[in-house]
Design a protein around this ligand. Structure first.
Ligand SMILES: *[C@@H]1O[C@H](CO)[C@@H](O)[C@H](O)[C@H]1NC(C)=O
Length: 185
């Protein structure tokens, strides 16, 4: 009984030793081997963002059917509160020369549907307060139609001027293209 046990142990040990040996000598073939959590390679989809390149979230332009068909992407961008911001997955690829285990292309979850196109809240608010009677705030936001109206009526004889300042502060007036306020860095 004892003999059988030690023979089994011996076989197991030598097999284990051999595996260590081959793995450390031929490090290129490790990728096709089974994944070893304590081995030198991390899973590709665990790599931090410095080592991968990800696509921008797919923009479905408000078409919910298109999103349901594809299974991911953004129906709308932005939102004034964190909870309002949609999240989606994006396709990512590991940078060249970075070694890792598993598929080099994968999806990463939890990317917020946010995009910037160079609109700054503070700047727009200043325009709105100082030059609102000329519709400058709305021109900057890309709302040309209403901006012209505001200009021709000199800010709705002052009322529209004030209303737009309030709309801005309460986040009801936003860039026309659906982008978010760019952060100052
Ligand atoms: C929304 O997307 C679907 C699938 O791509 C397409 O068939 C449909 O025409 C789109 N609807 C609009 C309003 O663009």
């Amino acid at each position: 009984m004892r003999l059988t046990f030690s023979v089994v142990t011996l076989i197991y040990l030598s097999w284990d030793f051999q595996e260590c040996f081959t793995a450390s000598v031929t490090n290129k073939t490790v990728t096709s081997d089974i994944y070893r959590p304590q081995g030198p390679l991390v899973m590709c989809n665990f790599l931090p963002k410095e080592f991968i390149e990800c696509a921008e979230p797919v923009d479905h332009n408000g078409n919910k059917t298109a999103k349901d068909e594809l299974g991911y992407g953004c129906v709308k961008f932005g939102g004034s509160r964190y909870e309002d911001v949609e999240q989606t997955k994006v396709s990512c690829e590991v940078l060249e020369n970075i070694e890792c285990y598993g598929d080099r292309k994968f999806f990463r979850e939890g990317v917020p549907c946010i995009k910037y196109s160079g609109h700054y809240f503070t700047t727009t608010l200043l325009y709105s307060i100082l030059l609102g009677f000329l519709g400058m705030d709305r021109f900057c936001l890309g709302q040309t139609g209403t901006a012209v109206g505001k200009l021709l009526t000199l800010g709705g004889v002052g009322v529209w001027w004030v209303v737009d300042v309030i709309l801005l502060v309460t986040n009801s007036l936003q860039p026309e293209d659906g982008s978010n306020w760019s952060p100052y860095v």
